[in-house]
Structures are given as structure tokens and as C-alpha cells.
Ligand binder design. Structure first.
Ligand SMILES: Nc1ncnc2c1ncn2[C@@H]1O[C@H](COP(=O)(O)OP(=O)(O)OP(=O)(O)O)[C@@H](O)[C@H]1O
Length: 445
């Protein structure tokens, strides 16, 4: 490890010498007699690991200038300010503006060494965590349960082919993540991965979204447009919530899969497309076939390779690894917290109806509120931990985007006296989407 580099700023040469001798035990010390010289040293000599600055340098300038300079250019470098004995106001002021700690003159040698060691240790931890965090890959699938290992194996096998894949599993189990992994590992990875949420748009819009349209084929269609099938040419089209697709689009999807060609809305000439279709659903498609809501022939076409993601409560052995993963991913200031044994036991025992997505939310919220660096049962809402839900809400819990949309949609609806068509028009969505917006719930925790 390189020796620590420490900058000492003080207009008093005796104070500088004393600090140089002491701090010399912890690293290399550079001196500056005023804020201007300190700025020059920083510019010329590169980053320092720790800065000591006097606060009041009567003819040389204010130590706060040094503090601001460091905060602006070296945000990870701790600054320790030195104040005159009794100047508590100034000391607190500097802490508020981002100083790591303060010491007062006359110097207490032990205190200097203690605070300096602590500051350097924190700097090292921040750096370590930052590099660790860089290694936390958002796209990496975490978990080694038998259920997931089976999925990984099937992904590896299916990746070499272009056959359709159907991914089933409850909400938040990682279906889209698996679809992306499949794309990344396939020879198609140089092409696009295009996700489509089939539940979010009306059938007529869906048709032109997927297949494109000819010029003037419907009101509002001013120019010809390629659909997502054509966009995904050479790549992967991910149809999420395939169970929500209406009968007309189902028929067109079937033709696209059977013949490898599509027709733009309003055009008769077919267009050849080379697309791997990956579909996902959290519904029971066989039951929908039995109810006459989903075409059986389409189900067979889609279900060539079937991947099933088990719910988290059926692979509890993955929970600890996921908690650690999300704790590192969402750590504030780069410092990943420790998860206490009792908290981990409770997280592992919980049933997670919203699966991995809910677990990520819960860990991210606990981190946002925690100040101790140790996550205990009190950091998680009931029924997982001991924190009452309300208290967490009051402490600055952010509503989800879905919840904000729901509140906004409800507000608009109230504004137009409950007229849903009018509310949908004002919001620029169709009625189906309006219903969805109004139904959206905060994830259950
Ligand atoms: N095994 C895993 N490792 C790491 N992160 C995961 C894992 N599984 C899921 N996630 C994360 O959980 C969140 C939900 O995953 P994803 O969107 O893939 O779920 P889904 O099954 O497609 O959900 P929905 O059915 O609601 O569309 C994402 O942020 C994803 O990155």
C-alpha cells in the first residue's frame, strides 16, 4: 500500500512543524502556509488522502476556503479543521460544511493521532467499497439454489439456438433478467434486446407498436413506421405479460412465429424478420387457454423452451446472497452495511410475495434510513422486522413511481367528476391503462 499523503495548512510555522513531525508517522506530509498555496499544492501534487487546516489564519485567509476546495475537488478526502480553543461555533460550522472532525489549539497530541488515524481509515474504507461496488454487476444473476441452477443450465443451452422461450414465474422473480441473460449469451447479442410490456397498452396500439404501420393507416399515423419486430431484427424481442395480449395480436404473433414474417398495419406486403421471441407471464396460460382467452396454438409455438423461476420462498437459500448483493449495490457513500444475524434470519424466514423486486426495495429503504452501518430488525418494517410501517413512512420513505402515478390518476379523475373517458383523455392514455394506473399498489412489505 502506498504511504498516506497528508496536507497541512497553517500560517504558524511552529504548528506546521509539530503536525509534520506527528503526522509523518502516518504518511508523507506536505505543508502550505495559506489557502492559496494549499490550492496550488493540490493542483500540482495531485490528490491527498487527508487535509489538516487551521481555521483562522489572520493574514492568510480562512480555513473554510481550504475545506471548500477539498470538498469540491476531492470529495472523498477527509478534512480536519483546527480551531482556537473555545471556538465551538466555528468548529460546528466547519462540520456542517463537510469537515470530518475538528481539533482545538493548543494541540493534544493523542487527539491528533487518534482523529488522523480514524480519518485515514474511513478514506480507505470508502475507496475499498467504491471499487467493490464497481464489481457489483447490476446484470449478474445472484443465487445458487437448485431451482436457479436449473434455470442457468437451460439458459446456457437455449442461448445457442433461436427457438422461442417462455419464461414463467411470479412477479419480481427475475423473468426479464433471465431474458436479458439469454440475449447476452446468444449469438444475437450484437442485435437489439427490445422489451415490450404487453399489459400496458391497448390492443390497437399494440398492433402498430409491434408490427409498424403504413402511412395514413389510421388517424394520427402520419408517416410509415417500423414496428418493434423490425427493430428487433437480428436480436431478441421480449414480450412481457404475454397473457394480456388480445386475440387479434395473438393471431398476428402466431403468423410471425410460423412464417418468420410480419405485415405492417395497412400494408399487404409481408416483411421478413429474423427475431428470437422470448415471452414471459405470471399467469397460468393453460388456464387462459381453457377459458378461451389465449390461443392454444400460440401457446405451443411460444413454449418451445420453458424456463420457470421459482418464487423466493421456495429458494430461501438465495435470500442471504441477494440481501448482501443489494446492500452493496445501494450502499450510501460507498460503505456497505453489515446485516446483523437476527435481521438476516428474519429476512430469510419472510415469504416475499413480491419476490426479488420486493427484497431489493426493502433493503434499499432500510439502507436509506440507517445511520449506524449495521442493519438490525429495527431497520425493516413489520412483519419482517420491528419497525412499524407508519414510522418508516414518516421518516422520509419515498412512494414508488407506481404509487405516484396512481395518486395522480386518482387526482385527475376526481377533478373531472369521475368521468373515466375524460380522465383518460387528459392523461393521454387509454381507458385500460387508466384502470391499471388506478389499481397500482405500493408493493406489500
Ligand atoms: N437472481 C437475481 N439476482 C439479482 N437481481 C435479481 C435477481 N432476480 C431478480 N433481480 C432483480 O429484481 C428485480 C425484478 O426482476 P425482473 O424485472 O427481472 O422480474 P420479473 O419477473 O420480470 O417481474 P415482473 O413479472 O413484475 O415483470 C430487478 O431489479 C432485477 O434486477
Amino acid at each position: 500500500m502506498n504511504p498516506a499523503r497528508i496536507l497541512v495548512v497553517d500560517d504558524d510555522p511552529h504548528a506546521r512543524d509539530l503536525l509534520k513531525r506527528l503526522l509523518g508517522m502516518l504518511g508523507e506530509v506536505t505543508q502550505a502556509s495559506d489557502p492559496k498555496m494549499a490550492a496550488a499544492r493540490m493542483a500540482e501534487e495531485g490528490p491527498f488522502d487527508l487535509v489538516f487546516t487551521d481555521m483562522a489564519m489572520p493574514n492568510a485567509g480562512d480555513g473554510l476556503l481550504v475545506l471548500h476546495e477539498v470538498r469540491a475537488h476531492l470529495p472523498d478526502t477527509p478534512v480536519i479543521v483546527v480551531t482556537a480553543f473555545g471556538n465551538i461555533e466555528g468548529a460546528l460550522d466547519s462540520i456542517q460544511q463537510g469537515a470530518f472532525d475538528y481539533l482545538s489549539k493548543p494541540f493534544d497530541v493523542d487527539a491528533i493521532m487518534r482523529v488522523a488515524r480514524r480519518a485515514l481509515e474511513q478514506k480507505r474504507l470508502v475507496e475499498e467499497n467504491r471499487s467493490l461496488r464497481k464489481q457489483v454487476d447490476r446484470g449478474a444473476m445472484v443465487g445458487r439454489s437448485p431451482g436457479l441452477l436449473e434455470v442457468y443450465k437451460q439458459v446456457a443451452r437455449a442461448a445457442a439456438t433461436s427457438v422461442p422461450v417462455l419464461i414463467t414465474g411470479e412477479t419480481g422473480t427475475g423473468k426479464e433478467m433471465v431474458a436479458r441473460a439469454l440475449h447476452r449469451r446468444s449469438p444475437r447479442s450484437t442485435g437489439s434486446f427490445i422489451p415490450v410490456d404487453c399489459g400496458a397498452i391497448s390492443e390497437s396500439l399494440m398492433e402498430s407498436e409491434l408490427f409498424g404501420h403504413a402511412r395514413g393507416s389510421f388517424t394520427g399515423a402520419t408517416g410509415a413506421r417500423r414496428g418493434l419486430f423490425e427493430e428487433a431484427h437480428g436480436g431478441t424481442l421480449f414480450l412481457d405479460e404475454i397473457g394480456d395480449v388480445g386475440p387479434k395480436v395473438q393471431a398476428q404473433l402466431l403468423r410471425a412465429l410460423q412464417e418468420g414474417e410480419i405485415r405492417r398495419v395497412g400494408e399487404s406486403a409481408p416483411v421478413k424478420v429474423d427475431v428470437r421471441v422470448v415471452a414471459a407471464t405470471n399467469k397460468d396460460l393453460k388456464a387462459r387457454v381453457a377459458e378461451g382467452l389465449f390461443r392454444e396454438d400460440l401457446l405451443y409455438r411460444l413454449d418451445v423452451v420453458h424456463l420457470h423461476l421459482p418464487p423466493l420462498r421456495e429458494r430461501r437459500e438465495d435470500i442471504a446472497a441477494l440481501v448482501e448483493h443489494f446492500a452493496a449495490l445501494h450502499a450510501r457513500g460507498g460503505v456497505a452495511p453489515v446485516v446483523a444475524g437476527e435481521a438476516m434470519a428474519r429476512l430469510t424466514a419472510y415469504d416475499w410475495p413480491g419476490n426479488v423486486r420486493q427484497l431489493e426495495n426493502v433493503v434499499a429503504r432500510a439502507l436509506a434510513l440507517n445511520v449506524t452501518g449495521v442493519l438490525g430488525p429495527q431497520d425493516f418494517p413489520e412483519p419482517i422486522g420491528d419497525a412499524p410501517k407508519k414510522l418508516i413512512g414518516l421518516a422520509g420513505d419515498m412512494p414508488s413511481l407506481a404509487e405516484l402515478s396512481r395518486r395522480y390518476a386518482a387526482h385527475v379523475l376526481q377533478h373531472v367528476g369521475g368521468n373515466k373517458s375524460e380522465a383518460a383523455r387528459l392523461l393521454g392514455v387509454d381507458r385500460k391503462t387508466l384502470y391499471k394506473l388506478l389499481e397500482a399498489q405500493e408493493p406489500e412489505e
